[in-house]
Design a protein around this ligand. Structure first.
Ligand SMILES: [Fe+2]
Length: 80
């Protein structure tokens, strides 16, 4: 989509401190999933405003996938 709009895709890895221990790593993973959900929601909203229905649907699906990941991490953390 970015290329279709004459843009150049750029991917910069997120900076984060390495947590100590499994539980802290899972907590960080959960926070990152929540951040991804928020970002995809914002982009889905932007796609809707631009009437880019297909992109909006793809982003909504990505929100759903990330919400599933977050749910799984919450479930694991609850058992620890
Ligand atoms: Fe994820």
């Amino acid at each position: 989509m970015i290329i279709d709009l004459s843009g150049e895709p750029v991917a910069t890895p997120k900076e984060f401190s390495k947590p100590e221990g499994n539980k802290e790593m899972l907590k960080l993973g959960l926070e990152m999933e929540k951040q991804d959900i928020e970002n995809y929601r914002k982009h889905a909203q932007m796609a809707e405003e631009l009437d880019l229905v297909e992109l909006q649907l793809q982003l909504d699906e990505m929100v759903s996938e990330e919400a599933g990941h977050a749910w799984e991490l919450r479930r694991i953390l609850k058992g620890l």
